[in-house]
Design a protein around this ligand. Sequence first.
Ligand code: NAD
Length: 259
Amino acid sequence: MTTKTAVVTGSNSGIGLGAAHALAAAGYNVVINSFSDRPEDHALARVISERHSVRVAYIKADMSSGAECRALVERTVDYFGSVDVLVNNAGIQFVAPVEEFPSEKWDAIIAINLTSAFHTTAAAIPHMKSAGWGRIVNIASAHGLRASPFKSAYVAAKHGVLGLTKTVALELAEAHITCNAICPGYVLTPLVEAQIPDQMMAHNMDRETVIREVMLDKQATKEFATVEQIGATVVFLASDAAAQITGTSISVDGGWTAE
Ligand code: NAD
């Protein structure tokens, strides 16, 4: 069996790191990525490699730059010989009323959360076509299907990711390349952890109350989804069992969007 290669954008933390571990555990060689280039980023690659006995490389690339997005894919192919699974995960958040939303924050969120997936996908497709197989998994959000106030850029970007997902799926439908999205509800990652103190202050509530009554208000199970659950969903979408699943999204949101 040929070992396949997966590249996960924004994967030195949170959901991307969880997806990298899950793909490595499933036998893929993995490229992890972020915009930094610290010794601990490369050490993380060694930890994943040793834990799962696969090859793992850390490649620095800033997902706010189209050229660096494309270079990440090309460097992955240079390093491992192919790009078989592409997980577009990098993302940031910023919260403000739309009339006060700083335009540089809008631009950064659209670039990192949406446009990066266009560039990495466009760069990966020729390699996947020549291999005759490929899997593209976009980490969208429940906010790709629903809105919340003060998250205009994030909600717009995530809705855009679902539009891109469907279009790419149709274009590649006969090429044995699928493109799907995962729509997580709240997952307790550094991105979410950073919002808790502000929410505690804004609502004058303790940590447990703000988690249950504010953050998980719409998440019917009242539990966070986990990075392991998202990682397992990525591995499923990359599997042969998912060959006829394309152009759709899987919600891992504790029932949020059932309402
Ligand atoms: P996180 O902050 O833990 O991880 C974000 C990752 O993106 C980090 O590795 C970070 O280094 C990377 N990143 C940020 N800017 C980058 C850039 N310019 N270039 C390259 N990498 C960059 O957050 P997370 O919660 O793990 O989020 C991961 C994805 O999951 C995001 O797209 C987010 O929108 C989505 N998501 C998260 C949740 C949640 O509740 N945590 C819910 C739904 C969707």
